[in-house]
Design a protein around this ligand. Sequence first.
Ligand code: GEK
Length: 242
Amino acid sequence: MQLGKDSLYANPLGEIAAFNFDDKVAEVFPDMIRRSVPGYSAIISAIGLLAGRFASADSVCYDLGCSLGAATIAMRREISAKNCRIVAVDNSPAMVGRFRESLRPDAGVAVDVQCADIRDVPILNASVVVLNFTLQFIPPADRAGLLANIYQGLLPGGILILSEKLAFDDARQQALQTDMHHLFKKAQGYSELEVSQKRAALENVLIPETFAVHRQRLTAVGFSSAEIWFQYFNFASIIALK
Ligand code: GEK
């Protein structure tokens, strides 16, 4: 796989198009997400450990919005349950194509990579479902339906790992956490221009919600509990238990 450094927003762009997961993004994605999402690598490792603990024999683990498959690969490393398989789904052909090319066929449990909209994918016999920074790209009106489908497809005792950029009700927290995220990005080598052009591209594409909204929705669709297990500024990961 040919992977590069993210400089997509380094030069001034006259008009900033809405962000989308095309070939240019897929090519630099590992660098982009690692330098943009505080705690990304720690979350990926922990998804592997959680899958090792929760994946049960004869069940399916889902990685929804898998991009290049980082969470799938981490899960694959840790799952020892018999006859378990992973279904990884993304609707970006650029992501799915690259992920399929990089996938080693005999390196652990079977992985089925599907190019599809996660709102249309049946969730069946699931012990683990991962939404690692994906729900934030689904229109808010569709989020409850997707989560209800996941809840229905999870086996009793199953886990949903939901990682998201968060919003805050308190205006000072919102301003501070946003500033700290931008400082994080600058410390990772992004310029002021890159940070501001990327922010403009993500406007109305990535729609963050508060933890209170996430928890309320998760419990409304049936999850018995939802807690943050990791947070680094305005990026958090939630464990929801059936
Ligand atoms: C990781 N989980 O590295 N259906 C399917 N895929 C979608 C949809 C949809 N409706 N909407 C967006 N996506 C990954 C990182 S990135 C997060 C996930 C980020 C996909 C989209 O194509 C992209 O690959 C992914 O969700 C979001 O652990 O870029 O901040």
